[in-house]
Design a protein around this ligand. Structure first.
Ligand code: NAD
Length: 370
């Protein structure tokens, strides 16, 4: 039996516990059918933690996250907590865990499963077969730069300002993540900036160019963010891995995600810096929120959560074969016509969260037997 994989599970609010429940079943399946054992711990985060403890995340939970090999998170928030103090809102728990674990690299794949190509707002031929990865810098840039604020102007009115700040180490570490991921994929990296207008992103481009010789196998290109937004809807398949700043990545990854058709299908990973042994803190979560409109009704699509779990197998546990199997099982249930409400279309079979989970397990059985 391989060494235990220490996983902290934080289901969160709304549909979080429902979709996490289906991942739990996949983990149980793997323990019974593969040479792996997960050492799991579960805790609360977000609105449910505010209700129980008055804060969106406890200090003990941060410590447990640091001690774990990986953290799996559902989603946090909901209308019930919309009016709590800004500092203890559910999202503050999420921001805290990202900050305390130093999760500076956000990986957002945009993959179009053939069976869902018609769910995209773009034409089938533009998106069919799409498989790109956006690497967004997550802890720097304009969302964190100082000075920032809003001040009153002497003659009336206000002045609001933020600062787009990057340092050499910040650019270098995120660019290296981009290069290394490109090495495991199609060997193409596109760095996106606004070097013609913003000095800090001109410097970003220079730093990326400076380290490029360390990756001679990677074809590096650069693109201005306005062009990148256009290219993502014109011809997204031209990209392999994209690396970009915090704000550009925030916007472009949402744009790319819509090529795939549904929020319920989108996984993500956030990675920290490797320690001396090469181990990184890592958090895996679906891109979607808590979907309060369907929470508790068995209607949530669990596939984004399952695909986030597959990313955990791939990036934290080096279990590429098992990650491939989970992804193949997801693809097989889609090919068989099974759909939750969010991805439903004519002629398909509508299933519940649990039925979707059961169908994935059946496909895993078939893959294991073949
Ligand atoms: P949302 O992603 O929760 O929902 C948007 C729409 O997509 C809804 O109609 C919902 O039913 C649907 N949807 C989302 N995920 C789905 C799934 N897995 N299966 C089926 N349908 C799905 O976004 P929202 O409505 O803007 O936000 C709701 C709450 O979630 C808010 O409190 C928000 O702050 C929070 N939120 C949390 C995160 C996070 O924890 N990372 C991210 C986004 C939003």
């Amino acid at each position: 039996m391989a060494a235990n994989k220490k996983v902290l599970m934080l289901p969160g609010d709304g549909i979080g516990p429902e979709v996490m429940g289906e991942v739990r079943r996949v983990m149980d399946w793997m323990e019974s059918n593969r040479q792996v054992s997960f050492d799991t711990e579960e805790d609360i985060i977000g609105g449910c933690c505010i209700d129980a403890h008055g804060v969106p995340m406890k200090d003990e939970t941060v410590e447990a996250a640091k001690a774990a090999d990986a953290v799996l998170l559902g989603a946090v928030g909901g209308p019930k907590w919309d009016n709590v103090d800004f500092d203890i809102r559910p999202e503050a728990g999420l921001l805290r865990i990202r900050k305390d674990l130093g999760l500076f690299a956000n990986l957002r794949p945009a993959i179009v499963f053939d069976a869902l190509a018609d769910a995209s707002s773009l034409k089938r031929e533009i998106v069919a077969g799409l498989d790109i990865l956006i690497v967004r810098e997550l802890t720097g840039g304009i969302y964190f730069g100082e000075p920032r604020g809003v001040e009153d102007l002497p003659g009336g009115g206000k002045r609001g300002y933020n600062s787009l700040v990057y340092t050499t180490p910040e650019v270098e570490r995120i660019a290296r993540v981009g290069f290394e991921l490109a090495q495991k994929r199609g060997k193409k990296l596109c760095s996106i900036d606004k070097a013609n207008v913003l000095e800090s992103t001109k410097m970003w481009r220079e730093e990326v160019v400076r380290i490029a010789p360390d990756y001679p196998d990677i074809e590096l290109s650069h693109m201005l963010v306005d062009n990148a937004a256009m290219q993502l809807v014109r011809d997204p398949k031209q990209f392999d891995v994209i690396v970009t700043t915090n704000m550009f990545g925030d916007i472009l990854s949402d744009c790319a995600s819509m090529a795939t058709g549904s929020l319920g299908m989108l996984p993500s990973a956030s990675l920290g810096a490797p320690d001396a042994s090469g181990k990184r803190h890592a958090l895996y979560e679906p891109v979607h929120g808590t979907a309060p409109d369907i929470a508790g009704q068995g209607k949530a699509n669990p596939l984004a959560m399952m695909l986030s779990f597959a990313m955990m197998l791939r990036y934290s546990f080096d279990m590429a074969e098992d990650a491939d199997n989970v992804e193949a099982a997801v693809e097989a249930v889609l090919n068989a016509g099974l759909r939750t409400g969010d991805i439903m279309s004519d002629g398909m079979q509508m299933v519940s969260t649990e039925e979707m989970g059961s169908a994935v397990l059946k496909e895993l059985d078939k893959i294991a037997a073949s």
